[in-house]
Design a protein around this ligand. Sequence first.
Ligand SMILES: Cc1cc2nc3c(=O)[nH]c(=O)nc-3n(C[C@H](O)[C@H](O)[C@H](O)COP(=O)(O)OP(=O)(O)OC[C@H]3O[C@@H](n4cnc5c(N)ncnc54)[C@H](O)[C@@H]3O)c2cc1C
Length: 387
Amino acid sequence: MGLEAIISGGGIGGLATAAALAQRGWKVTVFESRPELRVSGSGIYLRDNGLNVLSELGAYDRVMRNPFLGRGVEQRDRLNNLVHPARLPPGRRIVAVPRADLLAGLEQAARDAGVKIVTGKEVVDAKANGTLVFANSDELQADLAIGCDGIWSAVRRGIGVEQSRVRSYEGALRTIVKATQAEMPEEVRGNFIECWNGTRRLLITPINEQEVYLALTCREDDKEARDVSIRPCWRESFPAWSFLLDRINDAVSWGVYTIIHCKTWSAGRTCVLGDSAHATTPNLGQGGGMAMQNGLALAAYMANVTDPRDIPEGLAEWEKAMRPTVETCQHWASLFNEIANVPDEYRPDITKAFLGHPWVLSKLATGAASVPITKTDWVPNVQGARK
Ligand SMILES: Cc1cc2nc3c(=O)[nH]c(=O)nc-3n(C[C@H](O)[C@H](O)[C@H](O)COP(=O)(O)OP(=O)(O)OC[C@H]3O[C@@H](n4cnc5c(N)ncnc54)[C@H](O)[C@@H]3O)c2cc1C
C-alpha cells in the first residue's frame, strides 16, 4: 500500500500536487474550505513549463479545449503607440485560457487518479508530524501534510516557516468581456496587449475566439481607478480600448498582490507550496505555473519514498532542486513590476532596453524555459536520515 498525503487547498497547486502524487501510487485527500472548487480571477496565462506539467498530469486536453495561442505580449504607451512587439523565442508557447478550464482539467486529472476531494472543510492549523487541524477541531494525521492554501495559508502559519509576507502597493481589477478577434484592431490580432499610462496599466488577454480577459492594474491608493464599478478614468487613460471597457458587465474583482518568502518550505513531514510558500507579483504569469510545477516536483521526490521516516529528507531535496527557479521568478516578476513606476516619458526607452536585452530576457524566461521535474534519481539516505 502506498503512503498517504493530505492537502489543504483545492486550487491550482493543490489539485496538481494531488494528481501527481496519486499517479505515483499515493493515497491523497484534498480539503477545500469553500463549498465547491472554484477559481477566483478570470483568465490565466500558461507558458511552456505549465503546459508541460499539464501534459504530464494528463490534464492538457481538457484545459486546452478552446485556448488562445498568442504570438506574445506587446507593449504600448499611453498614446497607444507600439513600444515593443509581441515576440517569442522560436519553439516557445504562450497561451491564455479561462481559469475555470484550468481548474476543471486539474480536478479531472486528480479524480481520475483516485484523489478524494472534500469541500467545505477549512484547515485552521497544521503540525510538523503530518497533521492538519480543521475548524471543527478535528485532527487528521497522514504520512505527509501539504499546505496549498494560498496567501493566508493556515499550514504555513502552523509550521512557522514564514520569512516575509509583503503586500504590494499595486493591485488588479479583473473581468472577462465578449470580444472576437475580428473586432480587434487588425495590427493587434493574435497578440496579447499590455498598455501603460502613468501608474495604470491595461492588460488585454484574449482567452478564446469569443472572450477577452481584462486586467486593469493600478496603485492601491489610486482610489478612483481601483473602484470595481470601472470609473471613466480608465476610458480616459486608454481611449483606444474604450470599446472593450464599455463591455464590462460581469462582476469585477479587485485584489492587491502579495509576495511571500519562507525560511524553508517544510517542517518534519509537513510542507507548503504554491502561493502559500512563494506567492509572487503576477508580471511573468508564473504564480500558477510554479505552483503546478512545484507540486509535480514534490511528487517526483516522494515517489522514491517507501518509509515515512524518509519524507523530511525528500522534502529537503525537493526544496533544494526547486527553490532557485521559484525565487528567480519571484525576483524578476517584482523587477518587471517597477516599469509601472517609470515616468511616461522614459518608459518606452526603458521598456525597449529592458525587454531587448538578451540577459534580461533569459532571466524573465527562467520559469517558462524550466523543465518540470517528473522523476528523480534521489533515493533516501536511509542510514543518515534515521540516525
Ligand atoms: C492579478 C493576478 C494575475 C495572475 N495571473 C497569472 C497568470 O497569468 N499565470 C499564472 O501562472 N499565475 C497567475 N497569477 C498567480 C496565480 O493566480 C497563483 O499563483 C495561483 O492561483 C496559486 O495557486 P495556489 O493553488 O497556490 O493558491 P490559490 O489559487 O490561492 O488556491 C488556494 C486554495 O486553497 C483554498 N484555501 C484557502 N485557505 C484554506 C484553508 N484554510 N483550508 C482549506 N482550503 C483553503 C482556497 O479556497 C483555494 O481554493 C496571477 C495572480 C494575480 C493576483
